[in-house]
Design a protein around this ligand. Structure first.
Ligand code: NAD
Length: 425
């Protein structure tokens, strides 16, 4: 099938490359010309394992191209995906300006029946009020000139292509069978159960999933905080807890709080939606508050052990998770901010996320390696569990001036670095 994907970020590009792997012909649209040039040159604009190789493969087969020409891309497509950002405003509410702009652009150029699919995460009702509303505002008739689906994405950054190609489930929300069938056909060859729902239900499944995962990890963190005071290893506890089939072992790794582009904004958007509707979502509110506290813990822990003013503190790991260059809502942001507020001099290193972090904090000391960052440091904080850091042993830390090492994710091997202190273990 011919597919147009509007917004070529983590989700849009994974969708594009994933569908091209299944033989579909893809046109990626983005408003960022550099991104378009990079994609067409086979350069992946984001770091994702396996993505650049797959991108080159798709381009080589003539199955994928990027273009700013939305009109031509729409004209040659059967299905149009929208995968633009849906960030949160300062008040925690979903900001709809990107989805509004993208759907207005599509509406003004639509020429004959196409299925529009919202892949961005949007609150229940948004697909119909914003996207359908913008299409109808140009005189297009639903069912005759366009079909509409909501197809939430569940991929994890760092595993984006793998997760897109091997999802646990594919949710297709539609209010007319014809449009839903087109999208189902697109996923032919994927070996995952397909759940057909209404549009609002599909939108809510994504928010409920992210809220549940954020709650689960927050629960593990809270258990970790109590276990640390009791001198119990929370990882052993969660191993035992996760053996229960009703619970499962995933998302029980206690640490310095969740980050990333989705959990904070999606839980916050749902919390505010609940309030707007007259319901106070106490659990979601607690999850965000506990998480915000958790992300500050490493600095508090360090401050309890040493003076920070004028000290050189190394922060290893800037991405919110390993295997990604994404720093949105990463624990390193709160950590670095806290260290700077206490007057520390901060030296940082990350295998892939330095350029993105530099845009937020241009004035830190950026090192070329973990070893270089550690040299002469008074203390070290590990905020991301990159594999590269797992291999560090005490001789890698021997260049430090001090000997405090605090990790926010269980990363180091305690038998090789005995004096490491975990955030909640
Ligand atoms: P992103 O910021 O990585 O990419 C968005 C892209 O859209 C950018 O390249 C931007 O230039 C482009 N864009 C913005 N407005 C545009 C327009 N009018 N026309 C064309 N291009 C436009 O965002 P992302 O992380 O891929 O997230 C996209 C959506 O998917 C969000 O709603 C997010 O919540 C959801 N989602 C993200 C993830 C994830 O792990 N990143 C997972 C599941 C769902």
């Amino acid at each position: 099938m011919n597919v147009c994907i509007v917004g070529a970020g983590y989700v849009g590009l994974s969708t594009a490359v994933g569908f091209a792997e299944h033989g579909h012909r893809i046109a990626c649209i983005d408003i960022d010309q550099k991104r378009i040039n990079d994609i067409n040159s086979g350069i992946c604009p984001i770091f994702e394992p396996g993505m650049e190789e797959a991108l080159k493969r798709s381009i080589g087969k003539g199955l994928l191209k990027a273009t700013p020409d939305l009109k031509a891309a729409i004209a040659s497509s059967d299905v149009i995906f929208i995968s633009v950002p849906t960030p949160c405003d300062e008040n925690g509410k979903m900001n709809t300006r990107f989805i509004d702009r993208a759907s207005k652009d599509i509406a003004s150029l639509l020429d004959g029946y196409k299925v529009i699919v919202v892949k961005s995460t949007v609150l229940p009702g948004a697909t119909e009020t914003i996207v359908k509303g913008n299409l109808e505002a140009t005189g297009k008739i639903y069912g005759r000139d366009f079909g509409l689906c909501m197809n939430p994405e569940f991929l994890r950054e760092g595993h984006a292509l793998e997760d897109f190609l091997k999802p646990d489930r594919i949710v297709i929300g539609s209010s007319d069978k014809k449009a839903g069938d087109v999208v189902e056909k697109l996923y032919n060859g994927f070996s995952a159960p397909i759940l057909r729902t209404g549009i609002k239900t599909a939108e809510m499944i994504k928010y409920a999933s992210n809220s549940f995962l954020a709650t689960k990890i927050t629960f593990a963190n809270e258990m970790g905080n109590i276990c640390k005071l009791l001198g119990i290893d929370v990882y052993k506890v969660m191993e035992g807890v996760g053996m229960d089939r009703r619970i499962n072992p995933h998302f029980l790794r206690a640490g310095c709080g969740f980050g990333g582009s989705c959990f904070v904004k999606d839980v916050s958007a749902l919390l505010n939606k609940g309030r707007e509707l007259g319901h106070e979502p106490r659990l979601l509110d607690a999850v965000l508050k506990v998480n915000a506290e958790q992300r500050k813990r490493m600095v508090h822990q360090l401050k309890a052990r040493t003076e920070l003013k004028g000290r050189r503190i190394a922060v290893l790991g800037l991405a919110f998770n390993p295997d990604t260059d994404d720093v949105r809502e990463s624990a390193a942001i709160d950590t670095v901010q806290g260290l700077l507020e206490h007057g520390a001099s901060v030296v940082v290193y990350d295998p892939k996320a330095m350029d993105n972090f530099r845009r937020l904090f241009p004035n830190l000391i950026y090192s070329e390696s973990a070893k270089e960052a550690l040299k002469d440091a008074d203390a070290c904080i590990i905020a991301t569990d990159w594999d590269e850091f797992r291999k560090l042993d005490s001789k890698d830390f021997s260049g430090m001036k001090g000997n405090i090492i605090i990790e926010g994710r269980r990363t180091l091997d305690k038998s090789k670095v005995p004096h490491v202190d975990g955030v909640c273990w």
